[in-house]
Ligand binder design. Structure first.
Ligand code: F3S
Length: 644
């Protein structure tokens, strides 16, 4: 029987287990990369494991999320990351070099290989024909220390692309928004999307990367395209022709499911507040006044996208009441745009040009005004993520964003008489890696420099016989890691200081949470009740470490997002599922729960009896831990496990 692309790459990297849907498989990893928001913890964890040098062929530490230098903390973190990378044998991509996913695609991604990144949009690399998966920092640290990456084999779903996009107005962003409309933010849970069909040829590598980037919003483990002549052309333009290998599915490859998508029928789309799957055609909601437009991010900052934006802005002026912010995704693209006079076109139109970093995407500057409408070419529009709780954030293609910045209202780009130059990626990119510091040999004597804000990683105590704890919070469906551990300019400076950052846990939902959790910690700790898809969104492991530090013992939910569930386990917090969802309705905040015989249940059938002591009834929950996850939970998490 023929093989699909995922099976081929997994087989070439298999160390243990079976490549069978649902089975635990151990994989050898080729590349690991971190970004600063999650990376300070990852490198502290790597140091805590006590290994001399990274044991993967390539490790890169990027700085892209938190670039604001409003006090010493970020500068200290950046120096820590640089010295840790030097000490442990990793590349260091300096602040200003760009957003990790875009730079990685440009300079390091390899078809046929496996990469892990401490960021949920790591699947961007799938545009290159590689398996690229987002993981928590501790998972990344253990893999860098030589461990296999273990994963329950996801379902492989084929998405057959047919036809061609209606260029220039319909883009790759409209493809993934269409898929989000069809499949929702839960549609990819437990799945890898493998793209195929004749429509693949219509998309170049950066367009494919836009689609795989936002596969994260579908909840997918990752997404992948074949490596073909388009991949070769991109690598050649990056001066990396020798890195190319062809990767394609066999004609008789099998898939768990096949989805057909006709590119020719796709229209300009827009995701409405406050979820990336709340998608409609732009024409359906045209006319709404726009206050802010942001173009860039790891989703839509390719040279092609930015050059097209410049062509739309050229000779026009941003509407009187609109703020237009542009953050190119990498130094490479930024420098090329500058040398070709395209930044001048943007500035002339009234755009505010930001540095090559995440910026407004994560609320690091560029917060919209209160109640304002912000249209972004980014990938997430969760409530409050922009830095403004009552802002209305929409997601659309860079082309649609540029047109709306000029018109000052939501409008289909086809309905205005603006001229547009159709642009493709260049035959030759400008190669200048002077902001990437390569690893050196013999680095044992390099001192890792830690500023006063950098604290040790807290470790959970091993599990007790029973969990007797208070329900600290009851939540609904699709709670994001932004809800659990907000980011933004107020919070991110404390990313290396768990006691300090834990004061912000659930801040936007319940300001008293951390205080109540600390009080409950004295008497057994806390439990959180979640709905479906608990922990969707970013790979932020702070959303697990900080609640653990506050005494969280377990989360009982209807279902979990993959990376957050893994992060909870890595930090010793038990993820449990309601056996009967009707039990969710009966529990309230403040109830006291006794989860009996936890250790015996984990080692056994993974059925747990829970007494609601406050209300006087018993219900059942289950866990579906694999053998390794059982070990981790019993030991108090991955760090104590690895240390042993
Ligand atoms: Fe950065 Fe936003 Fe992407 S925070 S990594 S640009 S999702």
């Amino acid at each position: 029987m023929g093989k699909n692309i995922v099976q081929k790459i997994f087989e070439a990297h298999k160390i243990s287990g079976e490549i069978k849907e649902g089975s635990l498989v151990g994989l050898k990893v080729d590349q690991v990369y971190t970004q600063d928001a999650t990376g300070t913890m990852a490198w502290l964890e790597f140091e805590a494991i006590g290994i001399d040098r990274v044991k993967v062929p390539l490790a890169v530490s990027y700085v892209d999320h938190n670039m604001l230098q409003s006090n010493f903390m970020n500068a200290d973190d950046h120096l820590f990351l640089q010295t840790a990378a030097q000490r442990f044998g990793a590349y260091f991509s300096k602040p200003g070099n760009g957003i990790c996913h875009q730079v990685h695609l440009e300079r390091f991604a390899l078809p046929g290989k496996i990469a892990l990144g401490t960021d949920s949009h790591t699947p961007t690399g799938g545009g290159m024909g590689m398996i690229a998966i987002g993981v928590g920092g501790l998972e990344a640290a253990t893999v860098m220390a030589g461990a296999a990456f273990e994963i329950n084999m996801p379902k492989v779903v084929r998405i057959n692309l047919r036809g061609r996009l209606q260029r220039p107005w319909v883009t790759a962003m409209d493809v993934i928004l269409t898929l989000l409309k069809m499949l929702t933010v839960k549609g990819g849970v437990g799945k890898i999307f493998e793209y195929g069909g004749d429509g693949v040829k219509d998309l170049n590598v950066t367009e494919r990367a836009t689609i795989t980037n936002m596969g994260a919003e579908l909840g997918a483990t990752t997404s992948i395209f074949p490596s073909d002549e388009k991949t070769l052309a991109y690598l050649k333009a990056q001066g990396r022709e020798k890195d190319w290998v062809e990767i394609k599915a066999d004609d008789d490859a099998e898939y768990a499911e096949i989805i057909e998508l006709n590119l020719s029928a796709i229209e300009p789309m827009i995701a409405q507040p406050h979820s990336p799957d709340n998608v409609v055609t732009i024409r359906e909601i045209s006319g709404k006044k726009v206050n802010q437009v942001c173009i860039g991010s790891c989703t839509n900052s390719s040279y092609q996208a930015m050059k097209t934006v410049a062509s739309i802005l050229r000779g026009n002026t941003v509407a009187e009441w609109v703020n237009l912010l542009i953050n190119p995704g990498s130094k490479q693209v930024y420098e090329m745009l500058s040398r070709e006079g395209l930044i001048a076109d943007m500035i002339s139109a009234g755009a505010r040009i930001l540095e090559a970093s995440c910026g407004p995407c994560i609320g690091m500057g560029g917060a919209p005004g209160s109640g304002h409408v912000s249209i972004r070419s980014y990938n997430r529009n969760f409530h409050g993520r922009s830095g403004t709780k009552d802002a209305y954030v929409y997601l659309a293609s860079p082309i649609a964003c540029a047109v709306m910045a000029i018109k000052g209202e939501i409008i289909d780009p086809r309905d205005v008489g603006i001229r547009i130059d159709e642009t493709r990626e260049p035959d030759k990119f400008l190669i200048n890696d002077n902001l990437i510091i390569p690893p050196k040999p013999n680095t044992k004597d390099i001192k890792i420099i830690k500023g006063p804000n950098i604290k040790e990683v807290p470790v959970k105590e091993p599990l007790k016989k029973n969990i007797d704890a208070e329900v600290l919070l009851k939540l609904g469906n699709n709670i994001t890691t932004d809800d659990i551990m907000p980011a933004g300019s107020k919070v991110l400076p404390f990313r290396s200081n768990i006691p300090a950052i834990s004061e912000f846990v659930f801040e936007n939902i319940d300001r008293t949470f951390s205080k109540r959790a600390m009080e409950a910690k004295e008497s057994g700790g806390g439990i959180i009740i979640g709905g479906e898809n608990y922990g969707q969104g970013s790979s932020r492991e702070h959303a697990a470490i900080a609640p653990m530090y506050l005494g969280l013992q377990a989360v009982i939910a209807k279902s979990f997002a993959r990376i957050h569930r893994a992060n909870l386990i890595n930090f010793g917090v038990l993820p449990l599922l309601f056996k009967s969802e009707s039990d969710y309705d009966k529990i309230e905040q403040g109830h006291r729960l006794l989860i009996r015989d936890v250790i015996i249940s984990i080692k056994g059938e993974q059925n747990f009896k829970v007494d609601n002591i406050t209300k006087g009834y018993t219900f059942e929950v289950i866990s579906n831990l694999n053998d390794r996850e059982k070990e981790l939970i019993l030991k108090g998490g991955l760090l104590p496990y690895v240390r042993r």
